[in-house]
Design a protein around this ligand. Structure first.
Ligand code: IMP
Length: 435
């Protein structure tokens, strides 16, 4: 039975949730391994639309166990609100298991995220201001509060005290904020602990058992390769590793437990927040793409920056993730453009050409895309369900991408509905057998 890691292949918001949701139908376990409520997944199930920030997309399937792994950072208030929201809509959440080792986002992390961005001024990263970076920083500094600490009042208070102390200076403007009171913070988090206790589990053992029993496990990545703290466009990145390797560290399984890595990419490119974006369209065409694609953040509502598909970045993402398959989403958004451009190389200010992703930040900030023009298609493809129903120009566009990236396209998204997909090649029968 396969275990598959789903990763973002661009700058996030590629539609990973939809793919995970689709696979969850056949999967026994879906596990998130990094990030926090900076992520946002929109899932359309029939007439219902669900938005998740923390809970794995598989939750809508009652037979799927959903794991929030040790590598995820959790704002417990947000998690509880998501659980309550799902319960109110009649969704069974008893199969949600949260790692006892996952770190918690605390009120001071949110304040530090806001203060840090304000201090950076024009140089700001454009974070989601959910406290993600400061929480991972505390984890690395060994000052983090973990899920399991919520179950022991004495330990919780001691750990909050130790974590708060070094922050007093940084948070001087918030000194009198009641949210920073040690006693009330401890009490609030103990209440969270009572609410979440039934979900807290040894998720590493749970995953080992599932893999040993040959279950189909899906590892759900958040954010994307180019936002990776080590391999992305640092410092304009998130504070975790959204690449496939982190599925291991973020859940406790080994590299050989992973059979496949699927990279999800939009048929064009978007980015939220600051940082280099070589194929960005800052003109009417970019605005048109934003409008057609509904490119506004699920988490922050910010308009996303838009551009042509970037095959230099995609090749790089394929390599750092050991991608075995590509999924191209939102292909329907490109219907109606006479000509489509695909970026196959970068050109520096001095005319230097880059066919591989430049490692140097300054270089990357100054490159622009070199494009191949491909014919567009005018047909509405949102009703297509098989490759034959796609216009030739659409198939040629997909073939160009897979040849340039060197990874087969197995699945295409042609609309927001969960049935609006086209399987290419052999993959669909393999997954159909999996339950
Ligand atoms: P942070 O993860 O909130 O610290 O934000 C760091 C950078 O990652 C910012 O540019 C965010 O816009 C970006 N980012 C974080 N999460 C997502 C996501 O789920 N989709 C797209 N961009 C994201």
């Amino acid at each position: 039975m396969p275990s598959i890691v789903i990763v973002g292949a661009q700058w996030g918001d590629e539609g990973k949730g939809k793919v995970v949701d689709l696979l969850a139908e056949r999967a026994q376990v879906v596990a998130r391994f990094q990030g926090g409520n900076n992520a946002g997944h929109t899932i359309v199930h029939g007439d219902e639309t669900y938005k998740f920030h923390l809970i794995p997309s598989g939750i809508l399937d009652p037979q799927t166990t959903c794991v929030i792994g040790n590598g995820v950072v959790i704002d417990p208030g947000v998690l509880i609100a998501e659980i309550d929201g799902l319960r109110e809509r009649g969704v069974d959440v008893s199969n949600l298991k949260v790692s006892a080792n996952a770190h918690l986002i605390m009120p001071y992390h949110l304040m530090l995220d806001h203060a840090g961005e304000a201090r950076l001024g024009k140089l700001q990263i454009g974070t989601t201001k959910r406290g993600i970076g400061p929480c991972y920083a505390d984890k690395a500094a060994r000052l983090g509060i973990r899920m399991q600490d919520l179950l022991d009042e004495k330990i919780l208070k001691k750990k909050i005290m130790a974590a708060l102390e070094p922050k007093q200076l940084q948070l001087r403007p918030f000194e009198r904020d009641p949210a920073l009171d040690l006693q009330s913070m401890t009490e609030q988090y103990l209440t969270y602990g009572h609410r979440l206790e039934r979900h807290i589990a040894d998720t590493t053992s749970l995953l080992h058992r599932a893999l040993d029993d040959d279950r189909f496990v899906v590892f759900e990545g958040a954010q994307a390769a180019l936002l990776d703290i080590d391999h992305g466009t640092y410092p304009f990145v998130t504070s975790s590793n959204p690449v496939a390797g982190a599925a291991c560290t973020g859940t406790g399984v080994g590299p050989l437990d992973i059979d496949e890595v699927w990279g999800i990419a939009k048929a064009y490119a978007t980015r939220v927040g600051a940082g280099p974006f070589p194929t960005e369209l800052e003109d009417d065409l970019g605005e048109e793409l934003r409008r057609r694609g509904g490119e506004f953040g699920t988490t922050t509502g910010r308009p996303r920056r838009t551009g042509w598909i970037d095959l230099v970045a995609l090749r790089y993402a394929a390599r750092i993730n050991s991608m075995t398959a590509l999924v191209i989403t939102k292909l329907d958004v490109l219907s109606g453009f006479d000509t489509l451009r695909v970026c196959t190389a970068y050109e520096g200010a001095d005319g230097a050409v880059f066919e591989t992703f430049p490692y140097h930040q300054t270089v990357l900030h100054h490159v622009s895309g070199r494009y191949t023009e491909l014919p567009g298609w005018s047909e509405d493809i949102s009703g297509a369900r098989s490759p034959e129903e796609l216009p030739q120009a659409t198939r040629d566009y997909l073939r160009f991408i897979e040849e340039a990236v060197g990874v087969p396209v197995v699945l295409v998204g042609v609309g927001p509905g969960r049935d609006q997909i086209v399987w290419l090649g052999e993959r669909s029968p393999l997954l159909a057998e999996s339950r």
